[in-house]
Design a protein around this ligand. Structure first.
Ligand code: PEP
Ligand code: MG
Length: 905
């Protein structure tokens, strides 16, 4: 059978279903499903995502040819249901053409509305609607959109002039008006004429009159938009593969701009920022969809309650609100009631918070779209837990619904409460995306990027944002806009990024040219500090410090559910009692990596540490180690106490030695004085420590094997600390870890020293504790000979940072030179130092676990490289049977959720 490429829907029937998102895209699948459950949706059809792939492989001509019969048939269906004809002069049927990937990519791809209009059809529409202005306004919008999207006339940079905007300004100027809505039919006709001339001038061709030519142009443009720069960047940021492709949805147009009985809007079945179970949304009377999101006019609230809340935040009186910005419940009560019923129906059906687009045409409600709404991390958790309690979903669905990476937002800082209490907001806007941010004002996205690269914190301030600002938004601490609503581009994108955003702030006037903004009269130049509270919408002058977030009961419940289903435990990488405590509060059940070399950077330890490294013989080293012993012991006691009752993996020293010695004359002089030797001696010693490739030099257990007294001292410090704590009733469970083993004999030699020291300390104290001795697996040779090492080791901990370095042969320290280019070119899909390379490095991990456990079934295996807190890597660790993952404290909740997801998937 010939492959089906087009799926129709309309009037309660559909060829597709909600679970066909991969083929029909999210939008297409849900449009189909809405028909099936009796929600009023304009009829249309969806061209599958597979055609996008065909388009990219086989080209435009092939795709148009192969699609023709199915598309023509599907168009007949629309015509039948709408009682109008596509391309007809008397009774034309107009359509929209939109993209729709399997997950929504807001604003990333292009849309064409009002398609099918031409010099004849516009007259037909004018007669049919009895509204000539509406017809000509639609026509000029269509030419503009089609010119931008299909004919490539959209300005590519800030310097480019937009021919349509320019003409629009000229016509308005000539007429002496400010708003588009002040233009009459004659002006609109003039616009159409001049827009078409601009098209001819720019493209060398006439604007296409044939509706079918228009349609194929638009369909192909949507496919092209899958490969535009914005879409590619968005996919990269979200790890979406190119192979997915986008579907194309062609749908009969309905109009929210047919006069005062028409409207258009967007709504959420629950609050996308807080997760509260409150239906909310915005609408505009006599407008088209893009007017609501573009932030040009101030949108009104759908519900009365929401409207009152909004007015309060904006400082608008009840009288003014009711007169100027009434809710839909007040202005169109019947439609509002139907919308409220429909949103409940959709949420009940999809069992998730929905993001809806609707249009009211002449008093009749149409739903244009429903999809799972984007939400903040806090809303994600609240909605999932509420829906569990409300009986919509079960615990496993709660876990699946929550994106581990989004927990990150909740763990982010909030303002220092005391300083905040003493600060007075300079203005207030909509709380578009929660969190706190402080930074220096910049006005352009590329500036935000450049400043952030220099390590500066910036707040991107815009009149409104557009998809072009994406990169700048991603690097800014927060976003402030002068216009827009809760569903404007800035708000939706910031929430998706988990970035603090205040939109439509009152009294903000931005002057891009002069790079300044005034807020209620006060001037802020580029570089001045401001602070934003995305939870309340408040804006403050200056830099308000932030503090750690507090985690609420919903978060704790989510974590409890995660722990119920998980198999792996989650430990933390921590080198200080404070970090250990933070991680324990986040639910870490042990330390998977304590890097002891990090403990030596502190003031009191760096001098004896340098003494140890620079000593010329064993005697000198032992003298320095004696000074270090009590200091190390104190550190270990602090960490063990914070992890009372949980295992703590302490890794023996693994420093590139040259990092610890002074390279400047002043520092070397100081060491000469401390060690009572000549400056020249010190200088020579420092020089002799230089290595051509320190990452592959005197590191890890090579150090302990060269200087066994270091291993002795560290072991003694660990065991004495544990024994002393035992007396205080604190249970320390040390796991002593040998770094960088490549040959089993390296480990054996270290283990011998460790064992001997432990027994000696035990006998000195006439006491003992439980302990383990194991090794890191971070050299490919160790993975390849894991069966030999496992015979000797109690545990393996995969150091996937070094394992990645050595498997790829990429220096950890120098990879930035070529990695971005590799990712750009698609040679690498991801940074292997951030996301575990499952096919290469992962195979070494898998093999080592298998062969190690073949000789020692109880071998404990974990991971302590950076990958231990990255969700896809955590899931891989589950599948290869690791006992635990270990990650930085703030990633512990993320790893717990990812581990639970792996267990139930
Ligand atoms: C590793 O190599 O993965 C590891 C955890 O050790 P470090 O990063 O300290 O080399
Ligand atoms: Mg390492």
């Amino acid at each position: 059978m010939e492959k089906k490429r087009v799926y129709t829907f309309g009037n309660g029937m559909a060829e597709g279903r909600a679970d066909m998102k991969n083929l029909l895209g999210g939008k297409g699948a849900n449009l189909a499903e809405m028909n099936l459950i009796g929600v009023p949706v304009p009829p249309g059809f969806t061209i599958t995502t597979e055609v996008c792939t065909e388009y990219n492989l086989l080209g435009r001509d092939y795709v148009v040819e192969v699609l023709k019969p199915e598309v023509e048939k599907a168009m007949e269906n629309i015509e039948k249901l709408m009682g109008a004809k596509f391309g007809d002069r008397e009774n034309p049927c107009l359509v929209s053409v939109r993209s729709g990937a399997r997950v929504s990519m807001p604003g990333m791809m292009d849309t064409v509305l009002n398609l099918g209009l031409n010099d004849d059809a516009v007259e037909g529409i004018a007669r049919k609607s009895g509204n000539e202005r509406f017809a000509w306004d639609s026509y000029r919008r269509f030419i503009q959109m089609y010119g931008d999207v299909v004919l490539g006339m959209k300005p590519q940079s800030k310097e480019d002039i937009d021919p349509f905007e320019e003409i629009m300004e000229e016509v308005k100027h000539a007429k002496g008006v400010e708003l588009d809505t002040d233009l009459d039919v004659a002006d609109l006709k003039e616009l159409v004429k001049r827009f078409k001339m601009a098209v001819k001038e720019r493209t060398g061709k006439d604007f296409p009159e044939s509706a079918w030519d228009q349609l194929w142009g638009a369909v192909c443009a949507v496919f092209d938009s899958w490969m535009n720069e914005r879409a590619i960047l968005y996919r990269k940021m979200n790890n979406f593969p190119e192979e997915w492709g986008t579907a194309v949805n062609v749908q009969a147009m309905v109009y929210g701009n047919m006069g005062v009985t028409s409207a258009t809007g967007v709504a959420f079945t629950r609050d996308a920022a807080t997760g509260e179970d409150i239906f909310n949304g915005e609408y505009l009377i006599n407008a088209q969809g893009e007017d609501v999101v573009a932030g040009v006019r101030t949108p009104q609230q759908i519900t009365l309650e929401g409207s009152r809340r909004w007015a309060k935040l904006q400082g608008i009186s009840e009288e003014e609100r009711a007169a100027k910005y009434p809710s839909l419940e007040e202005s169109m009560p019947e439609c509002a009631q139907e919308l409220i019923k429909t949103q409940q129906k959709l949420e009940d059906y999809f069992k998730d918070m929905q993001d809806l687009e609707f249009t009211i045409q002449d008093g009749k409600l149409w739903l244009l779209q429903t999809r799972s709404g984007k939400r903040t991390g806090a809303a994600m958790i609240k909605i999932a837990i509420d829906m569990l309690h409300q009986g919509y979903i079960d615990e496993k669905t709660v876990l699946k619904r929550c994106d581990p990476e989004k927990l990150d937002e909740l763990l982010h800082p909030v303002f220092d409460k005391k300083i905040l209490a003493a600060s007075k907001p300079i203005t207030n806007g909509l709380p578009a995306s929660p969190g706190a941010a402080t930074g220096q004002v910049v006005f352009h996205a590329d500036e935000a990027e450049a400043w952030a690269k220099d390590g500066k914190k910036v707040i991107l301030c815009r009149i409104e944002t557009s998809p072009e600002d994406l990169r700048g938004m991603a690097t800014a601490q927060g976003i402030l806009t002068a216009r827009g609503g809760m569903t404007s581009h800035a708000a939706v994108v910031a929430r998706g990024m988990g970035k603090c955003c205040v939109s439509a702030a009152n009294g903000v006037v931005i002057n891009y040219k002069e790079r300044k903004m005034t807020i209620n009269g006060k001037v802020f130049n580029e570089g001045d500090w401001i602070s934003l509270n995305g939870t309340t919408g408040n804006v403050y002058e200056g830099n308000i410090p932030t503090q750690d977030a507090e985690l609420g009961p919903d978060f704790l419940e989510l974590m409890k559910i995660a722990d119920k289903y998980t198999r792996m435990s989650v430990r933390t990488n921590a080198d200080t009692p404070h970090d250990a405590q933070v991680a324990r509060n986040f639910g870490a059940t042990g330390i998977g990596l304590c890097r002891t070399e990090h403990m030596f950077f502190e003031e009191d330890k760096i001098i004896p540490m340098r003494e140890m490294i620079l000593a010329k013989d064993e005697e000198g080293r032992r003298k320095a180690l004696e000074k270090l012993l009590p200091l190390q012991k104190k550190d270990f006691k602090g960490i063990f106490a914070a992890m009372d009752g949980f295992p703590v993996t302490v890794r023996l020293l693994d420093p590139p030695l040259h990092e610890f010695v002074p390279h400047d004359e002043k520092g070397q002089m100081e060491m000469a004085k401390v060690m009572n030797i000549s400056y020249n001696d010190i200088h020579e010693r420092v020089e002799s420590l230089m290595e051509a490739n320190p990452m592959l030099g005197l590191r890890g257990c090579r150090l302990g094997n060269l200087y066994p007294e270091i291993t002795e001292m560290q072991t003694r410090a660990i065991i004495e600390a544990a024994l002393e704590l035992k007396k205080e009733g604190i249970t320390a469970i040390p796991e002593i870890m040998v770094p960088l083993t490549g040959i089993v004999y390296e480990f054996k030699a270290q283990k011998e020293i460790i064992e001997k020291t432990i027994q000696q300390v035990f006998s000195e104290h006439s006491d003992s504790i439980e302990y383990k001795i194991g090794t890191m697996i971070e050299i490919p040779r160790a993975a390849l000979t894991a069966h030999k090492i496992a015979k000797e080791a109690d545990f393996f901990s995969f150091g996937t940072n070094d394992l990645t370095q050595m498997t790829f042969g990429y220096s950890r320290d120098d990879v930035a030179k070529f990695l971005p280019l590799y990712i750009d070119k698609g040679i690498l899909k991801q940074d292997p130092f951030a996301v575990l390379d499952q096919n290469g490095v992962g195979q070494l991990v898998n093999m080592a676990v298998q062969s190690g456990r073949a000789v020692k079934p109880i071998l404990k295996c974990g991971i302590c490289g950076e990958h231990g807190g990255e969700p896809s890597s955590v899931k891989f660790c589950h599948h290869v049977g690791l006992n635990y993952v270990s990650c930085s404290p703030f990633r512990v909740p993320i790893a717990r959720l990812a581990a639970a997801q792996a267990a139930i998937e």
